[in-house]
Design a binder for this molecule. Structure first.
Ligand code: ATP
Ligand code: MG
Ligand code: FE
Length: 344
């Protein structure tokens, strides 16, 4: 079946077509340039951008794949989590297409989509995989028996997401928004062992309740204090060393907990997805530690890590293949859609 996927949970309008396990086209329009000067995503600005970009992006995807709307067998759309206005615009477009074409509609979970997209890149998942989804809004560790019907959340961040922590530290280091990619770049020039920043929730006392949970807000505060102390003493701040030491702390905790979970559950394939999986410190350490542990590491190329339509089409196609009941045409969007629901 030919599935058209629509993503609009944040600042990217994404439209993709998937046939079988094959991605035909992945068209993305971003409004990030409009948000950058505000230092954060402005929901109303994002909503308007989706409204303007939605139809042209759908048309562009169809044209690039040389597909007629009439050939589409199912529509998949992000039902949540995300920003209510942006989600509503994607859902409205998806419902209109579903009704107009007389094809089923599948509302799907954006966070699970960040893992599902890897099937388009590296092929179908083996029977059980571990998925680490790290982005601007989420940091979750998922045990995946089946990407549609068998996702169990082992843990998640108790406060900031990894990308969010990078963006906040970026702000305090005076870097442009979003700070994540800038810290990544600076960190490559610094010494990751220069400053020993705390590793959240890794103490022995946290093992019982929070073995697979993350916490990055204490780390962020610790970076802020370290920088302040330097500035107060009139000393120069070694920005590259701070960035490298901070990035090392985040990558260390994410990979250590994920590999412990793989060991605990006897899993030998790890999928990493979400915007933060573009981070080079995480990619390097994950590759190193997976190799040591005999775990196969699957990380999609960066264009499939940030928000896109392919991840939604991939998850929608997986739902179609499993014969899951389509969503009701009243499909409500859910800004805080839980990971216990893959489809809506
Ligand atoms: P969610 O998927 O949880 O709704 P989101 O859509 O905002 O959140 P993505 O677009 O998947 O998240 O990821 C964006 C985040 O990834 C931002 O916080 C950004 O700073 C971060 N990021 C992107 N590239 C890098 C990088 N190379 N290093 C560190 N962080 C990065
Ligand atoms: Mg984004
Ligand atoms: Fe995302």
């Amino acid at each position: 079946p030919l599935v058209l996927g629509i993503e609009s949970s944040c600042d990217e309008t994404g439209v993709a077509l998937v046939r079988g396990g094959e991605l035909l086209v992945d068209a993305v329009a971003s409004s990030m340039d409009e948000h950058a000067r505000y230092g954060g995503i402005i929901p109303e600005v994002a909503s308007r951008a989706h409204l303007e970009a939605m139809v042209p992006t759908i048309e562009r995807a169809l044209a690039e794949a040389d597909v007629d709307l009439g050939q589409v067998d199912a529509i998949a759309v992000t039902a949540g989590p995300g920003l209510v206005g942006p989600l509503t615009i994607g859902a409205a477009a998806a419902k209109a297409l579903s009704i107009g074409l007389g094809v089923p509609l599948y509302g799907v979970n954006h966070v699970i989509g960040h893992a599902a997209v890897d099937e388009l890149v590296h092929g179908p998942f083996p029977e059980r995989v571990m998925a680490l989804v790290v982005s601007g809004g989420h940091s979750s560790l998922l045990l995946v028996d089946d990407i549609v019907t068998g996702v169990t959340e082992l843990g998640s961040t108790l406060d900031d997401a990894a990308g969010e922590a990078f963006d906040k530290v970026g702000r305090l280091l005076g870097l442009p928004y979003p700070g994540g990619p800038h810290i990544d770049r600076l960190a490559r020039e610094g010494d990751p062992t220069a400053i020993r920043f705390p590793r959240g929730l890794t103490a022995a006392k946290d093992q019982a309740k929070h073995a697979y949970d993350f916490s990055f807000s204490g780390l962020k505060t610790s970076v802020a204090r370290w920088v302040e102390t330097r500035e107060d003493a009139g000393q120069a701040v070694p920005v590259a060393d701070v960035a490298a030491s901070f990035a090392a702390a985040v990558a260390d905790v994410l990979t250590a907990k994920t590999i412990a979970a793989c060991r605990r559950h006897g899993i030998d394939t790890l999928v990493v997805g979400g915007g933060f999986s573009a981070n080079s410190q995480l990619r390097e350490l994950a590759a190193l530690r997976c190799a040591e542990a005999g775990i196969e590491l699957r990380i999609p190329p960066i264009k499939f890590c940030t928000d896109n339509g392919a991840m939604i089409a991939a998850l929608g196609a997986a739902a179609v293949r499993r014969g899951i009941a389509p969503s009701d045409l009243s499909l409500p969007v859910d800004s805080s859609m839980p990971l216990t629901r893959t489809t809506a």
